[in-house]
Design a protein around this ligand. Sequence first.
Ligand SMILES: Nc1ncnc2c1ncn2[C@@H]1O[C@H](COP(=O)(O)OP(=O)(O)O)[C@@H](O)[C@H]1O
Ligand SMILES: [Mg+2]
Length: 376
Amino acid sequence: MKKRLYSPFPTSGYYGPEYFCDRENESELLMQNARGGNSTTLISLRRLGKTALIKHVNHLLKAEFLCIYIDILPAENLDHMMNFLATSIANSVEEKSTTGKKIWNYLRSLRPVISYDNYSGTPSLSFSMGQEGSKNQLAGLFRFLEEQSVPVLLAIDEFQQILNFPEKNIDAWFRSLMQELNNVVFIYSGSEQHLVNEMFSSPSKPFYRSSQIVNLHKIDDAIYTDFIIQKFSERGKTITEEIVNGILKWTDTHTYYVQLLLNRLFLVSGKKISEEEWKNEAYKLLKEQEYVFFGYRDLLSPQQWKLLKACALDNKVYEPTSSEFVNSHTLGSPSTVLRSLHSLLSKEILYKHYDSDGKHYYAVYDVLFKRWIGMV
Ligand SMILES: Nc1ncnc2c1ncn2[C@@H]1O[C@H](COP(=O)(O)OP(=O)(O)O)[C@@H](O)[C@H]1O
Ligand SMILES: [Mg+2]
C-alpha cells in the first residue's frame, strides 16, 4: 500500500489516502452507518469513484472491522459469487493470525480447489456445487461471518449483477439471508442507476428500504483544484488554477477522466505546466481512442449515430424529441429519435440524469467521445 507511484494520479485501484481526493462527507457517512449496523447503497455513474470510495472506507475502518470486498460484475451465477466471496475472505486475513487460522480452517472444511496466483502468490478458492449446493454454502459462509468476534463489513460492488443470475428470485433469497445477520454490515454499490434504484427504492422489491441510498456526485471543483495543485507542488511542479479549471471543464470533472489526463500530464510535463502541454495530452488521448469511437459507429444504426453526435455536441439534452433539437440536427421524426434514444440508453452509451432541480437530461457517457465529436 505504501509504494510511491510515478504519477500522483492513479487511474485504477486505491493506493491510500495520499492519492485520494476528498469524499470526506461520504466517507464519514459510510463509517457512521457501518458503526451503527446500517447498510448503505452507493449509486453513481460509472467511473465516478464508488469503488475507490469503498476501498478508502475499508482502509479507514480496518482496525474496527473485518473488511471484505467483492466485485460481482464478472460473476454469472451463485457459484461464482461464492468463489469470489470465499477468495476475498481468505485474502482479507493473515493466514497465521488467530482469526486467520479460524477462517482458513473453516474454508478448507468446505473443500475448495485452491490455486495460487503465479506472480503475487495470492490464493483463489473455487467450488462447484450447483444451485442448491451454492445456496447452502453461501448461507453457511454468512453464518460463519456472523459468528466472528469482530464485526464484518461486507462490500458487494456492482450488486445489480445478481439480477442477471440464472437462479430465480435471487434478490428475495439474499434479502432474507441478510436480514438475519447482526454482525455483518453491507455496502452495496452499482452503476446501473435505474436498476439499482429500482432494486432498493421500489416498495415491491425485496431490498426496499433495507439500506440508505447514497448518490455519489462529482467531486467539488474547488476541492479537486486544491488537491491537484498540491499534488503537483509536492513533487516540485507548478500548475496554475486557471489551467486546472480548463482541465476540469474539459473532463467534466468526471473522476476517471480527470485522473487519466492528469496522470499523463504529470509524467510528460516540465516544472511549470503550460496550456500547450495539457491540450496536447488531451489531444493525444482522443487520437488514441479514435478506433473505439469508429467502433461505436459500426455498432450503431445511422439514426443512432446521428443522435449520439447531436447529444455530444449539445452536451446536455433536456428535450430530445422537441422540434428544435430534432430539426437543428436533422434527426428525422421524434419517434425515430425516441427509438434510438432507448437503444443508446440500454447500451449505456448515453445516460439519463437528474439535475439539482429535478429535471432530467440525457448526455454522453464517455467524456472522451464527447470531446472527440467536438473536434472532428
Ligand atoms: N476521490 C478520488 N480521488 C482520486 N482518484 C479517484 C477518486 N475516486 C476515484 N478515483 C479514481 O477514478 C477512477 C474511477 O473510480 P472508480 O472508483 O473505479 O469508479 P466507479 O467504481 O464509480 O466506476 C479510478 O481510477 C480511481 O482511482
Ligand atoms: Mg467500480
